[in-house]
Every structure is written in structure tokens, then in C-alpha cells.
Design a protein around this ligand. Structure first.
Ligand code: SF4
Ligand code: SF4
Length: 342
């Protein structure tokens, strides 16, 4: 993250806005991955589940998403789901509109469907393909988005690979090396990120890493980032995996990212996992990136994290008071559909 980007983010926080917006643009997904947090019963707090929400399609979805972006004015938008490629026609409309606003976009997908090679022309777009380990384990978990399907879907595209490390992956020595060896030679791959499976508090999923597995993965990552430059995980980030934020209140990622579910109204809290995530076992790469930024010293003992967290309290209090005094600006109203004309 550049200093100018930190300053821009700080300005947004001081204005009571989250610099990052994550939108579940659809509740639909053709996959049924074990351990998926989006379809977990706790994701939206327990009373409603993602599949029960009413979501949008077509021009209405495009208009409402753009209205949300124009209201929140983020620096960065993540389009997630479900799988956002379920709404690929709408994405074709959204991506140029978001790019023209100077906003960075991330699309997170299983690549069950073709990623258009033309998307390489967007300078502020990062397409992230989720891959759950090597082919045998991945194919068992993520049919129909098998390795064979993904390799066809990404032909000619430019993507980031994101793999969530589970206990099954962590228990096999050399697994991550083999994984990186497979993907690092491919022209479509710009970078690789690893996260570690993050459970809800008190959960007993088989994917959860025990402390020894977690330590062993962290040691592997330190070696592999040197061996494979495509593994974009700096030492400062890996260090954060050793001591994740102690709670959502201490998590800069959670405090600076607003996540909205598929009805474009329901918030997902305290972070993208929803429910009651176990921060002590967090392995989310995005959270660790911002934790590393937060530990950057600005002056003396003052860190960027101190500034972000204090400013977040101040900014939200100010925005709350402003909305109370002057009324909340019209939210989520689709703008005139003329914006959709080519
Ligand atoms: S592709 Fe993503 S959203 Fe769909 S089931 Fe798998 S983890 Fe969940
Ligand atoms: S991203 Fe991780 S550390 Fe942050 S609130 Fe969520 S689970 Fe906790």
C-alpha cells in the first residue's frame, strides 16, 4: 500500500466512511463447498440465511450496486457472492462503470464460468480465483469448478489465485510447494495468495488447523515466498498470521470494510465471515495485509493503526450525528437507468 493510498483511506475514515466496500451481488452459487462461510447458518447473524434473501438481477442489480457505490464512495470494491460470475452479464456492465469512477475492483469467483480475456484491459481490476488445494482435494470439494474447468475458464485471462489452507492441506508436508509449482508457471497467474481457514468461535469443522499445523504453515510460507516470487505474501504479512487481531474491534480490516449482503441492504458483521468469527484463529489474507499496514510507524510510537482506529470512532460519530441532524442521504435508490446506455 502506498503512502498516498493510506492518506486517502484515512480521509475516508475521518469522513465516517469505510474505504473498502464488499458486496455480495448474488445469493446464487452452483457450488456447495464444505466450510463455505457465505452459506453458513451464522453468516447473517443467525435469523436469516443468505439463500433466504431477495437478490436482484439485470439492470436493477447494476443500478442498485452503482447507487450503493456512489453513496459509500469507497476506494476499493469487492464483488463477491455466492459466485458473482452467476451475474456475468451484469458484471460486464458494472466493471467499466466502477473503473471510470477510479475505484479498484476485486471479483472473487470459483471460475466455474469463463473469465473474459478482455477484462485484462481494466487497470484497476483484480480477478481472484479460489482454489482449494491440488486437483484431487480441490475437485472433491469444488465440483463443478474442477481443475479442468478452471484451466479452460482462465485461458487468456489474468488472475490472482487464492487458496484457503485447511487442516487437510496443512497435514501433508510439501503440499504448498507442490501447489505453487503447479500454478507458478502459468501465464494467466499474476500472483498467489494463501489464507488459513477461519472458523466461527466454538466451531469444530474438520478444516480447522491446530496450533502445530498453523505454525508449520507459517514456517513454510516464509521459505516459499523466497522460492516462488509469485507468492505475494511479504514477511510483514506473514508475521501478522502469528498474532491475529484479538477481536473485531482491533481488526483494521473489519473496521474499514463495509460488507453488504445480496439484498443490498443487510450488513454482514463484524467482517466478511459474518456471525461470531474466532479472531484468534483468523487466517484471512486481507485482514493480515491491513494489520501489517496498521503496525507501520507513522511517528514515534504512533502507528497507522492508532490513527485508523481513533479516526474510525471519530468519523462514525460525526457521520451518525450528521445523519441525525440533517437526515440520511437517499440510499440504495437505483439511479436513472440512462447510466446503463452504452
Ligand atoms: S464457490 Fe464460494 S460461495 Fe460458492 S459454495 Fe464455494 S465457497 Fe461458497
Ligand atoms: S477478519 Fe479475522 S481478525 Fe478481522 S474480525 Fe474477521 S475473523 Fe476477526
Amino acid at each position: 500500500m502506498k503512502t498516498s493510498e493510506v492518506l486517502q483511506a484515512w480521509a475516508r475514515i475521518l469522513a465516517g466512511r469505510a474505504p473498502s466496500l464488499s458486496i455480495e451481488i448474488t445469493k446464487e452459487c452452483p457450488l456447495r463447498c464444505p466450510g463455505c462461510y457465505a452459506f453458513d447458518a451464522a453468516h447473517l447473524g443467525g435469523e436469516t440465511e443468505l439463500r433466504q434473501l431477495s437478490d436482484y438481477k439485470g439492470e436493477e442489480l447494476v443500478g442498485r450496486v452503482l447507487a450503493l457505490i456512489d453513496e459509500e464512495k469507497p476506494l476499493h470494491v469487492s464483488l463477491v457472492g455466492g459466485d458473482p460470475l452467476v451475474r456475468y452479464r451484469e458484471l460486464e456492465r458494472l466493471l467499466p462503470q466502477i473503473e471510470s469512477r477510479g475505484i479498484y475492483t476485486q471479483v472473487v469467483t470459483s471460475a466455474f464460468r469463463t473469465i473474459p480475456a478482455a477484462w485484462k484491459e481494466y487497470h484497476k481490476l483484480n480477478v481472484v480465483v479460489s482454489i482449494d488445494g491440488l486437483q484431487p482435494e480441490h475437485d472433491a470439494r469444488r465440483k463443478p469448478a474442477t481443475y479442468e474447468r478452471i484451466l479452460k475458464s482462465i485461458e487468456g485471462a489474468r488472475i490472482t489465485i487464492h487458496c484457503t489452507i485447511t487442516s487437510q492441506i496443512a497435514e501433508r508436508p510439501g503440499y504448498l510447494d507442490e501447489f505453487l509449482g503447479f500454478w507458478s508457471g502459468r501465464p494467466e497467474i499474476e500472483r498467489v495468495w494463501f489464507s488459513m481457514f477461519t472458523p466461527q468461535r466454538g466451531a469444530t469443522d474438520v478444516e480447522i488447523l491446530n496450533p502445530a499445523q498453523r505454525a508449520s504453515v507459517i514456517a513454510d510460507l516464509r521459505q516459499l515466498r523466497v522460492k516462488y516470487p509469485i507468492l505475494e505474501m511479504p514477511e510483514a504479512l506473514i508475521r501478522e498470521l502469528e498474532a491475529p487481531p484479538s477481536s473485531p474491534e482491533e481488526c483494521i480490516f473489519a473496521r474499514t470494510t463495509k460488507t453488504i449482503s445480496a439484498d443490498l441492504t443487510t450488513p454482514v458483521t463484524p467482517c466478511q465471515f459474518g456471525g461470531d468469527p474466532d479472531c484468534s484463529q483468523c487466517g484471512c489474507v486481507a485482514s493480515m495485509v491491513l494489520a501489517a499496514v496498521g503496525h507501520h510507524r507513522v511517528v514515534g510510537g504512533l502507528t497507522a493503526g492508532h490513527l485508523f482506529l481513533a479516526s474510525d470512532r471519530l468519523g462514525k460519530a460525526w457521520r451518525g450525528a450528521r445523519d441525525g441532524w440533517f437526515g440520511k442521504p437517499a440510499a440504495n435508490l437505483p439511479p436513472p437507468f440512462k447510466i446503463l446506455q452504452p
